[in-house]
Design a protein around this ligand. Structure first.
Ligand SMILES: Nc1nc2c(c(=O)[nH]1)N[C@H]1C(S)=C(S)[C@@H](COP(=O)(O)O)O[C@H]1N2
Ligand SMILES: [Mo]
Length: 222
C-alpha cells in the first residue's frame, strides 16, 4: 500500500499511454476495446533451461494472485495510484530456470497492425515491437509484478491486457503492456524509449525527482 488515495477508476482506464493504439491519451480507451487477448501465448527464450511457447493459462497455473497498491509515475510527470492484481515476476521467471548467463530479462509487446491502429501508421512513432528490459536482480525483486488486473477485475485492454509488467520504482515506460515474449539475455536489452531518444530516456529509468528530464522538471508530479 501507499500513503495516498487510490486514483479514480475512470482516470486509470481512460488516460493511458499505449502507443500501439495511438499517441493520444484517450486513444487506447477508444480503440482497444475489441482487442483479442484469449487465446494468448508467450514465447520464452534465451539463457534458460526451459525455453518454449507457453499458453498464458499454463503459465498462470501456479501463481498466487494478490493486490498491490502502487504509484505509477509516467516520465511525463503525471502519476496515478493504482490497485493492481498480479503476482511476483520472480516466481514466474524461476519456472524457466535461468542460467548464470542470464544477466537481463527482455520483454516484447504484441505486433498486430490489424488490431493495433498505432502500428499501421506510416509515420509510426516507434519501431515495433515495443521492447523493455530489466536487470536480473530488478526482475527478481519482490516488488516487481506482472499484473493481470486493476480494481479487482481483469486487466482492461488499454491498460495492457492480458498481462503487463509493473515496476513501481521506475518510470511508467518500463512497465510494458500486453507481453508476448520474455527473453533471458547476457547483454543489456535495447529498450524502445532509449532507442528512440537516448538523450532523454535511459535503461534504468528509476524515478528520481532530483534529476530533471532534459525538457521538463521532475521535482513534482501531477
Ligand atoms: N507496449 C507498450 N507498453 C507501454 C506503453 C506503450 O506505449 N506500449 N507505454 C508505457 C508508458 S509511457 C506508461 S506511463 C505506462 C502507462 O500505463 P497505464 O496506461 O496503465 O497508466 O505504460 C507503459 N507501457
Ligand atoms: Mo510514460
Amino acid at each position: 500500500t501507499v500513503d495516498e488515495e487510490i486514483s479514480a477508476y475512470r482516470a486509470v482506464i481512460t488516460h493511458n499511454n499505449f502507443y500501439e493504439f495511438g499517441t493520444g491519451k484517450q486513444d487506447p480507451f477508444e480503440r482497444a476495446q475489441q482487442f483479442k487477448t484469449d487465446p494468448w501465448s508467450v514465447e520464452i527464450s534465451g539463457e534458460c533451461a526451459k525455453p518454449g511457447t507457453y499458453a498464458l493459462e499454463d503459465l498462470l497455473r501456479s501463481v498466487d494472485l494478490e493486490e498491490r497498491i502502487y504509484r505509477l509515475r509516467c516520465v511525463e510527470a503525471w502519476s496515478m495510484v493504482v490497485p493492481w492484481i498480479g503476482f511476483e515476476l520472480g516466481t514466474l521467471l524461476k519456472q524457466f530456470e535461468p542460467n548464470s548467463k542470464a544477466k537481463y530479462v527482455e520483454f516484447e509487446t504484441l505486433v498486430d497492425p490489424e488490431q493495433m491502429p498505432g502500428q499501421r501508421s506510416v509515420f509510426s512513432s516507434i519501431p515495433w515491437p515495443y521492447v523493455e528490459g530489466l536487470r536480473m536482480d530488478e526482475a527478481m525483486h519482490p516488488l516487481t509484478i506482472m499484473a493481470l488486473g486493476v480494481y479487482g477485475q481483469a486487466m482492461p485492454p488499454q491498460n495492457g491486457a492480458p498481462f503487463r509488467l509493473v515496476v513501481p520504482w521506475k518510470y511508467g515506460f518500463k512497465s510494458i503492456k500486453s507481453i508476448v515474449a520474455i527473453r533471458f539475455r547476457e547483454a543489456m536489452p535495447k529498450n524502445s524509449w532509449n532507442v528512440i531518444a537516448p538523450g532523454e530516456y535511459g535503461f534504468y529509468a528509476n524515478v528520481n525527482p532530483n534529476v530533471d528530464h532534459p525538457r521538463w522538471s521532475q521535482a513534482s508530479e501531477r
